[in-house]
Design a protein around this ligand. Structure first.
Ligand SMILES: Nc1ncnc2c1ncn2[C@@H]1O[C@H](COP(=O)(O)OP(=O)(O)O)[C@@H](O)[C@H]1O
Ligand SMILES: [Mg+2]
Length: 234
């Protein structure tokens, strides 16, 4: 579904990604693990068109999408729940979900999609008329994921969805990723909570200062002594 080939991304003079190559197959959950500053968010920003790579290819469903504008990529089927969630604090839960559905013309369809979001996250339905800024951190993350799903993505990108959340809420988020996968959506997940992420992934990549240092099945990554020491707290 998605292949990055020798991707190089810069912020001015800062070379943030060095020849990053990775693949996400249809139906998989793939995790990108790495320390703070490793380049995880930069990778997702390049895929979603928020950053244009200096060189390399981003091939989605057979076409090079590098440098295409973000709204075009949403229409092609790529959607992201960004780091820090990016919800509209002054809008209600329902209004935030409507924003995620701006490409869907038929409001009956929007309502059905909202119902699906509420089935995944019943807490959002209880708070549907509440302003998003008044939700708990976990509820805001649920809203960010539900909003990203409103555009019917084929590929859902999640940037640190469990960051700062209590263990029970993290569990809810990871269980929902299983459900999203079961419903047929492919997921590229960025996480510092590597232990939990690998339990819910098929494969993964380790990023170190902008380079892929290790890749393999989730089991191979979780079983590698260097990865265990550096990222799994062992
Ligand atoms: N807007 C920016 N301007 C300049 N440098 C940035 C910017 N965003 C990220 N960086 C740098 O790029 C590198 C990768 O950052 P990032 O992708 O955010 O890492 P991660 O998501 O893995 O924590 C870091 O060195 C970071 O300081
Ligand atoms: Mg990040």
């Amino acid at each position: 579904m998605l292949t990055l080939e020798n991707l190089n991304v810069f912020y001015g003079a800062i070379h943030a990604l060095h020849d990053v190559s990775l693949t996400v197959n249809v139906g998989e959950v793939v995790t990108l693990i790495g320390a703070n500053g490793a380049g995880k968010s930069t990778t997702l920003r390049a895929i979603t068109g928020l950053l244009t790579p200096r060189s390399g290819r981003i091939v989605f469903e057979g076409q090079d999408i590098a440098g295409l504008p973000a709204h075009t990529l949403v229409a092609r089927g790529i959607s992201m729940a960004p780091e820090g969630r990016g919800i509209f604090a002054n809008l209600t839960v329902v209004e935030n979900l409507e924003m995620g559905a701006y490409l869907v013309k038929d409001y009956a369809q929007v309502k059905r999609d909202m119902e699906r979001g509420f089935t995944l996250f019943p807490r959002l339905e209880e708070r549907m008329k509440q302003r998003a800024g008044t939700l708990s951190g976990g509820e805001q993350q649920m809203l960010a994921i539900a909003r990203a799903l409103m555009s019917h993505p084929k590929l859902l990108l999640l940037d640190e969805p469990s960051l700062g959340l209590a263990p029970l809420v993290c569990h809810t988020i990871f269980t929902t990723i299983d459900e999203i996968k079961a419903a047929g959506t492919t997921v590229l997940l960025v996480e510092q909570n590597a232990n939990a992420a690998l339990k819910h992934s098929d494969r993964g990549y380790v990023l170190e200062t902008g380079e892929v240092s290790f890749q393999g099945t989730a089991a191979a990554i979780a079983g590698d002594p260097r990865v265990r020491e550096a990222y799994l707290g062992e």
